[in-house]
Design a binder for this molecule. Structure first.
Ligand code: ASP
Ligand code: MG
Length: 469
């Protein structure tokens, strides 16, 4: 028995045309596979709108959320009206849209009265876009004479109570998924599951973090032991670089799990960063495909690549970073400075993206988002007050407006000279590199450059290192 799990992202289900196209893809695949499970996102922009409604209501504005209700009603009504005839499911779907938008308005009203929106309330509110869309998609499949039912993932994906970024409890989730999706599929139904959302064991709605529908698909695929998981999006696959920065960027045919995680970590918005693990652990191949260009094969993500042509596969840049340096001659050979430095960083809830320490031990530098910098520098100064007074540490300082440029590829490990080629390319272009780090996984090399040079650095690495392979 073959089983395919497919997820359709926001733009792939964001208009009547896109929904119709997605339905055709499902129809086609349902003839090729014994079983198909569909996961859908909200229409693109809907989660943002719901979030904005809640946030503005909490801030005392009782107009914006009403305007959002009007907009969302118009958009969903328009979609339903153009896909369903009056003698079909149209009236029922319009009533469903009203029901969820009324719920949204009621939530926002309470938030407005309370003057705050808790993470828990936020999850209840932002879950509504997916709930609406799963129902529209299931009805659309029925219109194509398939049997289909919408399923709220609150019934399937059991999570902890980290609202807005919940962690699935896989064993409990697997039990529920098997108990409710398998009987549906046994009766020839295609379940259309809401992406992004789950619920605690007590049944309180949670979300898996923005972009979490990818993760939902992978969780379900893993629980069902799917043969493959396909993520349908609006680009041809994972690209060698952001095509907005590098017009000649190409699709990467195959990537290993560690390469994709590295890319996701360093800012390529391809997949929700936690997506790959549930499927990779079970050896299930994951594909990223383009709804609007379905004949393009897309990118295949596998646990490990046998051989990987070309050492560097992709280059990314993350903007909005600052470089913090803790420096002083008295740090040499003193144990615990790094531990205390990073404990101070952690005390501010900041996440470090890159670390480098020269072996002279006269400085530790690391990169983190600029918005966290001033509180982090203060925390380190406080932690190191004694060392600063003794001049063992001379200063703690930050350099803003820097960008981390990362070149990713598992082939770095087995190909000598990759770093030389990267730095050669940058050197010839006169780009100064401020700091360098290579993870011991040897799957990426990251370097820090000042932000006005970032695009050029990405382009040089792309043209001289990736395309030259
Ligand atoms: N709708 C959610 C978001 O916009 C989840 C997703 O699209 O993956 O973040
Ligand atoms: Mg997405």
């Amino acid at each position: 028995m073959t089983l395919l799990t497919m997820k359709f992202g926001g733009t792939s289900v964001g208009s009547p045309e896109a929904l119709a196209q997605a339905a055709l893809i499902i129809l086609e695949q349902s003839q090729r596979w014994d079983r198909v499970v569909v996961v859908v996102s909200a229409m693109n922009g809907v989660t943002d709108a719901l979030t904005r409604g809640a946030v503005t209501a909490a801030a005392g504005d009782d107009q914006t959320y009403r305007a959002i209700v009007t907009d969302l009603r118009a958009r969903h009504y328009g979609t339903v009206a153009s896909l369903f005839s009056p003698d079909g499911e149209r009236a029922r779907l319009l009533a469903m849209v009203d029901e969820y938008l009324d719920e949204f308005a009621a939530f926002c009203r309470s938030v407005h009265i309370l003057g705050e929106v808790t993470p828990r309330a936020m999850d209840a509110i932002t879950s509504l876009g997916e709930r609406i869309n799963a129902r529209i998609m299931a009805a659309l499949l029925r219109k194509h004479s398939l049997r289909s039912e919408a399923v709220d993932a609150t019934e399937l994906i059991v999570t902890d109570d980290t609202f807005q970024n919940a962690v699935p409890l896989m064993d409990k989730t697997r039990d529920r998924v098997l108990a409710s999706l398998v009987p549906l599929m046994d009766s020839q139904n295609i379940p259309v599951v809401t992406g992004f959302i789950g619920a605690t064991e007590q049944g309180v709605t949670t979300t898996l973090g923005r972009g979490g529908s990818d993760y939902s698909a992978s969780i379900l695929g893993s629980c069902l032991d799917a043969d493959e998981v396909w993520i349908w999006t609006d680009v041809d696959g994972v690209m060698t670089a952001d095509p907005r920065l590098v017009p000649e960027a190409r699709v990467i045919p195959a990537l290993s799990a560690s390469e994709v995680s590295e890319l996701a970590y360093f800012g390529a918005k391809v997949l929700h960063p936690r997506t790959i693990w549930p499927v990779i652990e079970r050896g299930i191949p994951l594909w990223v495909k383009n709804t609007f260009n379905p004949s393009c094969p897309g990118t295949r993500i596998v646990p490990e690549l046998e051989s990987s042509p070309g050492a560097i596969k992709a280059v990314t840049a993350i903007q909005g970073m600052s470089l913090v340096t803790v420096e002083g001659r008295g740090m040499m050979g003193v144990p615990g400075i790094a531990a205390r430095t990073f404990a101070a960083v952690a005390s501010q809830g900041a996440s470090v993206l890159m670390i480098s320490q020269a072996s002279s031990e006269q400085s530790i530098c690391f990169v983190l988002p600029t918005q966290a910098v001033s509180s982090v520098v203060h925390a380190i100064e406080k932690e190191m007050a004694l060392e600063l007074a003794r001049r063992d540490i001379n200063r703690v300082w930050s350099l803003d407006n820097v960008v981390i440029v990362t070149a990713v590829g598992a082939g770095i490990r087995s190909t000598p000279g990759v770093a030389a080629r990267i730095f050669g390319a940058l050197g010839r272009a006169g780009i100064n590199v401020i700091a360098i780090a290579q993870g011991s996984s040897e799957c990426s090399i990251s370097l820090v450059v000042s932000s006005e040079l970032a695009v050029e650095a990405v382009r040089q690495i792309h043209s001289q290192v990736i395309l030259e392979n």
